[in-house]
Write a protein that binds this ligand. Structure first.
Ligand SMILES: C[S@@+](CC[C@H](N)C(=O)[O-])C[C@H]1O[C@@H](n2cnc3c(N)ncnc32)[C@H](O)[C@@H]1O
Length: 246
C-alpha cells in the first residue's frame, strides 16, 4: 500500500474516534495554545483535529515516507522522523503526549510509555486514544467470523499484539501515572451504506492479502457486501482508551 492509501486508512480510523478525542480533551481541560506530541503520528491524519481544539501539535513517526508525507501535508506542524523508544525532546516538554492505534504495534510498549512520561510536563497527561483488542472481537454472521480470524492471523503475522487493549490500563498504572482512567469506545451501527463498506473492505482486503487466493477474496467480498448492505453484519473490535496524569 502506498503512503496516500495509508493516509486514507488513518483518516477513516480518525473518524471513528473523533467524538472520543473531544470528550477526552474537554475532560482534561485542554486549553488553546497547549502543546500535544503525537507519537507514532503516521501521516499526520489527526493534526487538523488537534488544531481544531486550539492545540499545538508536533508528531514523531518512525517511517520516513509517512513522516515526509505528514510534513508536506501539514507544513505548520513539525513531524520528526524518529523512534518512540528514544523521543528527541528534553524532559517535560509537552502538555499532552498522545498516541492513537500505536501501542499494539510495539514489542515493548511499556518502554515507550516511560519515554512519553519523560517528555511530558509535570501535571500534564498521557493519552492513549485507541488501542484495539482484536482477540476479543465480535464478528457476525459466520462469514465475518472467518474474515475476522483471517484478519487476526494476518495482523499477528505483521507483529500486532492482538490483546493490547485489555493491557492498556494496567500498563499506564504500572508506569506510575496518577488517576488513570480506562474506557472502551462504544459501537454504533447506522444504516449500512456502500461507501463505508468499500472503505472498511479496503482495510480488510489489505490484511487478507496472501491469506487466500484473489478469486476467493473477491467471492468473500461479494458475500460480505450482501450481508453488510442488508444490515445483518455486526462487527465490533473492542477498542480501549486511557489517560493518566504525570
Ligand atoms: C496504525 S499507525 C497509526 C498512525 C496514527 N497514529 C493515526 O492514528 O493515524 C501506527 C504508526 O506508528 C508508527 N510506529 C511504529 N513503531 C514506531 C516507533 N517505534 N516509533 C515511532 N513510530 C512508530 C508506524 O510507522 C505507524 O505509522
Amino acid at each position: 500500500m502506498k503512503t496516500p492509501d495509508w493516509h486514507n486508512r488513518y483518516l477513516l480510523q480518525a473518524r471513528w474516534t473523533k467524538n472520543l478525542r473531544r470528550f477526552i480533551f474537554d475532560k482534561l481541560n485542554a486549553t488553546p495554545g497547549q502543546s500535544v506530541l503525537d507519537v507514532g503520528a503516521g501521516t499526520g491524519a489527526l493534526y487538523e483535529d488537534f488544531k481544531s481544539h486550539g492545540l499545538k501539535p508536533c508528531g514523531v513517526e518512525i517511517d520516513f515516507d509517512r513522516a515526509a508525507y505528514a510534513s508536506k501535508l501539514t507544513k505548520d506542524v513539525p513531524t520528526i522522523n524518529a523512534d518512540g523508544y528514544r523521543l528527541p525532546f528534553k524532559d517535560r516538554s509537552f502538555d499532552f503526549t498522545f498516541c492513537h492505534y500505536f501501542f499494539l504495534w510495539l514489542k515493548n510498549p511499556r518502554m515507550v510509555v516511560d519515554e512519553m512520561v519523560r517528555v511530558t510536563k509535570k501535571g500534564g497527561y498521557i493519552i492513549a486514544a485507541a488501542e484495539p483488542d482484536y482477540q476479543s472481537r465480535i464478528d457476525y454472521p459466520e462469514l465475518f467470523g472467518s474474515i475476522g480470524q483471517m484478519q487476526n492471523h494476518s495482523l499477528r503475522f505483521q507483529g500486532v499484539n492482538l490483546s493490547m487493549g485489555r493491557k492498556l490500563g494496567w500498563m499506564m498504572r504500572e508506569a506510575g501515572l496518577n488517576g488513570v482512567h480506562l474506557g472502551l469506545l462504544a459501537g454504533e451501527w447506522k444504516r449500512p451504506v456502500m461507501d463505508e463498506f468499500e472503505a472498511e473492505w479496503d482495510m480488510i482486503a489489505y490484511d487478507l492479502g496472501g491469506m487466500a487466493p484473489m478469486e476467493r477474496i473477491l467471492e468473500i467480498k461479494d458475500e460480505a457486501m450482501q450481508s453488510w448492505l442488508k444490515g445483518e453484519a455486526t462487527v465490533f473490535i473492542p477498542t480501549f482508551y486511557a489517560h493518566g496524569k504525570v
